[in-house]
Design a protein around this ligand. Structure first.
Ligand code: FAD
Length: 548
């Protein structure tokens, strides 16, 4: 029986683990911790499972890592039985997959939907958190696992005059679960990050007119999407554990690349061009790895960026529009590389206009459209694709307090501080899946979540075996990990670029690159070593003790 059926079965108040979020991380956490024999409850703000793939229903939404990579590996049977229809699955298929997972492993009954975590207070004597929800429930748990996602707290549109708009407006990241009329309408898209780049070609096909408001262009590469052929599927499913192991020995567990690359200088000019063309033809995120040093060497990066800019000019017929679409303000890959289907081609359509709001800023939304400094655009539907409060947005929105009344937000006021991106000092038994300090969004996020859940499960099993009640990072180990993360990022071109992965301290301009950029392969090795050494760097204690 589902726990949400409160009248017939009131939810118990105490659990071993409360998992917050029922996206792909939360679902796997529910399964794994239940398998350990722990009592587990998940809280999910939305009315269904799926996380990002529940909320982001905008037309064109799809994964930008290949479907055969971007799925769970914990169950080889699950891996073999789910047949992805496309190389890059679309949102409906991803959501269907995650619903299938919830049903197949009987997880739904352990989730309270339409229920957000609002407050959690650490109680040292009980070595537990008292948890309050948006629905007024009072719960308690020994372990609080935040599976709340790095890209789940959407930026709200904040344009003057929006209230006066008589048309319709939607947020791509919370696209309504109903028919949004597109055909025959004058549609505006504000934002040209990954979301805008995916939505624009699909919206353009149906709109009477589509006006794209671009603040600054991003690099995009073709997905080369299409059906997954039987041979590829056979190959992927032949030995699932071996495939998983092989992916974890790569930097990001993303297979759409040409394989290992050397530094730019190691190739002749002809070889460089051939590699660029081959990766362009293959499509996907591998354009970030044509040369091993393109993330740190400007010359190598320029070669890739120049190549993509040349492709934009080749594709877009109007030279002025092509030029406006060419990014010059950041190295390629220093913001998330967009992966598209016919993005640049869309600007050859007669019903599409590109407005450069860097040069011609939006002044306000009016009753009938959008007023820029120079022009009034008549609009029926505005689509906001303006991104997220990345990494810590979801955490900042809840009130988690340690025994001294501190919140992670206050502790992180100069940027996130974690051990392995999973725990933060001073907050016992609080786990942050795929948090800052782990490879997180630089890697395939399904595998990243699996790794963090498995590590956490190992940690809890270690505590049970040794009679510990509390765990948190040793402050020295946390500081050392922070140093490791900073060193890994020190030479990155990306560190100097404004993007959602960099925390900037306003007072002194110091910059913290939030994900660990040393690679998922290296990260997995480090986690294995830590676990094998009795979870070195983590401090364990008893209820009421100061040890943790
Ligand atoms: C449009 C889009 C496309 C993406 N494409 C890719 C991709 O191709 N490859 C890739 O690796 N990554 C991609 N990502 C990154 C994505 O974040 C991860 O792939 C993955 O979905 C993360 O899963 P998660 O379970 O960690 O978090 P999420 O999927 O974000 O799930 C978090 C859940 O927590 C819930 N929640 C948040 N706060 C609370 C609260 N206080 N109480 C209760 N519930 C709460 C949310 O409602 C949500 O359901 C994409 C992200 C977006 C937005």
């Amino acid at each position: 029986m589902a726990l949400q059926d409160e009248e017939t079965q009131p939810a118990p108040t105490a659990y071993d683990v409360i998992v917050v979020g029922a996206g792909l991380g939360g679902l796997y956490a529910l399964k794994k911790f239940s398998d350990l024999g722990l009592s587990v409850l998940a809280l999910e703000r939305a009315e269904g499972v799926g996380g990002v793939w529940f909320h982001n229903r905008y037309p064109g939404a799809r994964v930008d890592v290949e479907s055969l990579d971007y799925c769970y590996y914990f169950s080889p049977e699950l891996y073999r039985e789910w047949r992805w229809s496309e190389r890059y699955a679309g949102q409906p298929e991803l959501l269907a997959y995650l619903n299938h997972v919830a049903d197949r492993f009987d997880l739904r009954g352990k989730i309270l939907f339409r229920t957000a975590l609002t407050r959690a207070q650490w109680l040292p004597e009980a070595a537990s958190y008292d948890v309050t929800t948006s629905t007024g429930l009072a719960l308690r748990c020994r372990f609080l696992v935040m599976a709340t996602g790095n890209l789940s707290a959407a930026r709200k549109p904040d344009f003057p005059g929006l209230d006066s708009f008589r048309g319709e407006w939607v947020q791509a990241s919370h696209w309504p679960d109903r028919q949004v009329e597109l055909a025959g309408r004058r549609i505006a898209v504000i934002g040209t990050g990954s979301t805008g780049v995916q939505a624009i070609p699909v919206l353009a096909e149906q709109a009477r007119h589509l006006t794209v408001f671009q603040r600054s262009p991003n690099f995009s590469v073709p997905a080369r999407n299409g059906p997954i052929d039987a041979a590829k599927f056979q190959d992927a499913t032949a030995d699932v554990p071996a495939r998983r192991k092989a992916l974890l020995q790569t930097r990001a567990a993303i297979s759409s690349n040409l394989g290992p690359s050397l530094a730019f200088a190691a190739y002749t000019p002809e070889e460089r061009q051939a590699r660029l063309e081959a990766q362009w033809a293959l499509g996907g995120q591998g354009m970030n790895r044509v040369f091993a040093d393109q993330g740190i060497e400007q010359t190598a990066n320029d070669a890739v960026a120049d190549f993509v800019r040349a492709k934009i000019r080749e594709t877009v017929k109007d030279p002025a529009t092509a030029e406006r679409l060419c990014p010059y303000d950041h190295p390629i890959g220093s913001r998330r590389l967009c992966v598209d289907t016919d993005y640049y081609q869309t600007y050859n359509r007669e019903n599409v206009t590109l407005v450069d709001i860097g040069a011609d800023p939006i002044e306000r939304i009016t009753a009938t459209g959008i007023q820029t400094a120079s022009t009034h655009h008549e609009i029926d539907l505005i689509v906001f694709a303006i991104g997220f409060h990345a990494f810590r947005g979801a955490l900042d929105q809840v009130d988690i307090r340690n025994e001294h009344g501190e919140t992670p937000t206050t502790y992180w006021h100069r940027g996130p501080r974690t051990l392995l991106g999973l725990m933060t000092s001073g907050f016992p038994n609080l786990f942050l899946l795929t948090g800052p300090g782990s490879p997180s969004v630089l890697a395939n996020m399904v595998m990243m979540n699996e790794e963090h859940v498995n590590f956490t499960a190992g940690l809890i099993a270690h505590m049970t075996a040794n009679g510990f009640a509390t765990v948190q990072p040793d402050p020295a180990a946390e500081a050392a990990w922070g140093e490791t993360v900073a060193q890994a990022a020190a030479k990155l071109l990306r560190l100097g670029v404004k993007n959602y992965m960099v925390h900037v301290n306003a007072d002194d301009g110091s910059r913290i690159f939030m994900p660990y950029v040393g690679g998922l392969d290296r990260y997995t090795e480090i986690c294995r070593d830590v676990a094998e050494n009795g979870f070195q760097g983590f401090a364990f204690g008893q209820a009421g003790s100061d040890a943790a």
